[in-house]
Design a protein around this ligand. Structure first.
Ligand SMILES: Cc1cc2nc3c(=O)[nH]c(=O)nc-3n(C[C@H](O)[C@H](O)[C@H](O)COP(=O)(O)OP(=O)(O)OC[C@H]3O[C@@H](n4cnc5c(N)ncnc54)[C@H](O)[C@@H]3O)c2cc1C
Length: 309
């Protein structure tokens, strides 16, 4: 068992990674740890580095593919600790800077914003991630991206300690915040506006309704697998090639939204990777478009060879 002086967060040993991602796929992790705060995060990282153990940071696991072989290392899950939220400053009667810690789930962050009557981030409703994951992925929906609201981000790095990066030092692009893999996001400050509680709530409900209509929410997935290329929505391109419903093992291209690969029950990472490769090859051959994955592969090294369909 992993024993680190001063670490009081939960430690799971030989834990199925499928319990820790929305795709419900993956072998076992040697350790999954849940630091309660910055001090515990520091203890874990010091331990991993001193003992030459591989470590990975995740939020709620809603945009991750884990390997079937599992991970011989430490997966640091930032979704239980790091839940602070507060209003930092009222710039004027309208504009408010709000700090949200990395471990807050979208639903928790939005409940706070509704209570404080602050508008701007309603578009993230229904994204099943944590604030840290949303920042790292520059999550977006309905034409908006979280990076556009950021004032600064707090980060922990084993060499530099805790640092604050202001918006002018941050490079957000489509579904990406450029940040080295050994930087852990602790939280971010967002510039929002004073709004009307009922209007904020109804916007959130409207976005959730649209999601229910357009996405296969009842089945395990990672949301959109591919980024939208400049030629148009990846889902539309995949659908036009007649691929909806195509299946490899337990992984199936959703009948509702062709950019979603759903786990029909027993999908493996290999099934998903093979399906991803087949889609990429077909889209390249038929449309000359190079689809790029949005989903993050953690601990997956091998490339998959697939024969085009
Ligand atoms: C049904 C469904 C709908 C979705 N809809 C959308 C959508 O509309 N828009 C959208 O953008 N995405 C969407 N997603 C994808 C996903 O929810 C987002 O990418 C989300 O931002 C991931 O957050 P997470 O906490 O789950 O991160 P994880 O999946 O756990 O991690 C994602 C990446 O962020 C890194 N990371 C996580 N936390 C930290 C941290 N604290 N510090 C440093 N790195 C960190 C991980 O290492 C990994 O690289 C959807 C997913 C599902 C399943």
């Amino acid at each position: 068992m992993l024993e680190i002086d001063g670490f009081e967060g939960q430690v799971l040993e030989n834990e199925p990674l499928s319990n820790h991602c929305t795709w419900k796929i993956g072998g076992t992790a040697k350790y999954i740890v849940f630091p309660n705060d910055e001090k515990e995060l520091e203890l874990i990282l010091d331990f991993a580095i001193k003992n030459n153990i591989l470590w990975y940071v995740i939020g709620n696991g809603s945009n991750i593919l884990f390997p079937d072989e599992g991970i011989d290392g430490i997966v640091i899950k930032m979704n239980r600790g790091f839940k602070n939220k507060c209003c930092i400053s009222y710039k004027n009667r309208e504009d408010v800077v709000v700090y949200l810690s990395a471990g807050l789930l979208v639903s928790e962050a939005l409940s706070f914003l509704i209570k404080m009557e602050l508008e701007g981030l309603e578009f993230i409703s229904g994204i099943p991630g944590c604030i840290g994951g949303l920042l790292k992925m520059n999550a977006g929906a309905f034409g908006k991206e979280i990076g556009n609201f950021v004032e600064w981000v707090n980060i922990y790095n084993p060499c530099a300690g805790t640092i604050t990066l202001k918006k002018e030092d941050l490079k957000f692009s489509y579904r990406k915040l450029e940040l080295s893999e050994d930087f852990v996001i602790l939280g971010g400050a967002f510039l929002l506006k004073k709004g009307d509680k009922e209007k904020i709530k109804s916007k959130i409900e409207e976005y959730q309704k649209i999601r229910k209509e357009r996405q296969p929410l009842g089945l395990a997935s990672c949301g959109s697998v591919f980024k939208n290329p400049k030629e148009g929505p990846a889902g539309k391109i995949i659908e036009e090639l007649g691929l909806k419903g195509f299946q490899v093992g337990g992984a199936r291209i959703s009948d509702i939204h062709a950019n979603f690969i759903v786990n029909t029950g027993n999908a493996t990472a290999k099934d998903v990777l093979t399906l991803i490769e087949l889609i990429k090859q077909k889209v390249w051959l038929k449309r000359g478009i190079n689809l790029e994955e949005e989903v993050v592969k953690i601990g997956i090294k091998k490339s998959i060879k697939a024969r085009v369909i």
